[in-house]
Design a protein around this ligand. Sequence first.
Ligand code: NAD
Ligand code: UD1
Length: 357
Amino acid sequence: MKDSSLRSILITGGTGFIGSHTCLKLLEKGYFLYVVDSFINSSPKVLRKLEELFPQGSEKFNQQFNLIEGDIRDSTVIENIFINSINQNRCIEAVIHFAGLKSVEESLLNPSLYWDINVGGSIALVKVLEKYNCRTIVFSSSATVYNSISDSPLSENCEVRPCNPYGETKATVENILRSLYKNKRKDWRVINLRYFNPIGAHSSGVIGEDPIRKTNNLFPYLSKVASGNKEVLKIFGNDWPTFDGTAIRDYIHIMDLADVHCLALEYLLQKEESRFLCLNVGTGKGTSILELLKTYEIVNSCKIPFIYVDRRPGDIAISFAKTELATSILNWKPKFDISDMCRDGWNWQKLNPCGYQ
Ligand code: NAD
Ligand code: UD1
């Protein structure tokens, strides 16, 4: 395998929550990164934060990190990145494709926007990838692609049957990538990472989760209640068929998830032949909302007022991953537990009460 310091990678959506943490890991490993982002759900300020965290200083950072503002649906933006990379003698060898919208609720209100960005954007991207013979891709998929009535632990063989437009767009992009792979003459190497519930932040508190668009995910909300930014956490249902009545999810530390991306990329870059894999990325452990809340309070010595309200439409009782496939293929195990996630998430919230503003 070539020295990773010679390898150039394209990262779409690289200033977002998962992208920014992954970029840091890839920079530390010596990759040269072309990062494209429209900032529809992130801030360009992430650039300076990554520079601050980069251990080898600003000069090296600027040599390795190239941020381009642009929309993946605009093929000229992506083409220009490839043309520049060739002119700079840095052929892009692989893509990590994070760019997309991620709210189930918003996708129900505005499905065409989700099809346009998540699917249209991915099609525009892969057309350019084909043109420039770059056929190695790690794609951000989601546990939402599974049939909501399947029992946990969810394995990669469970039925894919999403029940909302967001999940449908993710399953569709997986299918597009599968079709490309099936065209054996072209040797596509693909890993779809099906994330469960990524939370937390880099331990420095310098980067973390700061969505611009409306979100109703549990962890960022819980952190805002802990900091007094919001009054009370509304727990959606205490009558779920679980041991304490609250819903169970598989939370994974964002830095563990960043590691998985590096390993998935390295795995594909080492392979000569085509590959198509779907891998669950979770810890394999379910945690109830009350357990998460209590852990957050204990680890961070804070109080989180909460009330129970009705179940959120479309939610399920229990979702956690069967993780053996990712463990065996990538030789990966999560390093962090729920306490680490709560500690690091709170540190980010305390240090950045208004996010990147
Ligand atoms: P995020 O919103 O923080 O990051 C996505 C990034 O993509 C943002 O920086 C946004 O500005 C950018 N983007 C969106 N549309 C774009 C476009 N057309 N062109 C260029 N850039 C664009 O979200 P995240 O949590 O980092 O998630 C990354 C990916 O992982 C998304 O595709 C999401 O659907 C998927 N995913 C996330 C989760 C989660 O819980 N965070 C779970 C499963 C899957
Ligand atoms: C949600 C999406 C999923 C997406 C993921 C990351 C739905 C149905 N699923 O997953 O497709 O990939 O986010 O973007 O939206 N909760 C509360 N109070 C709150 C917020 C959440 O009780 O204020 C509960 C929810 O009901 C759920 C759990 O906390 O039981 C986790 O919620 P959330 O963080 O939104 O993640 P998911 O629903 O698992």
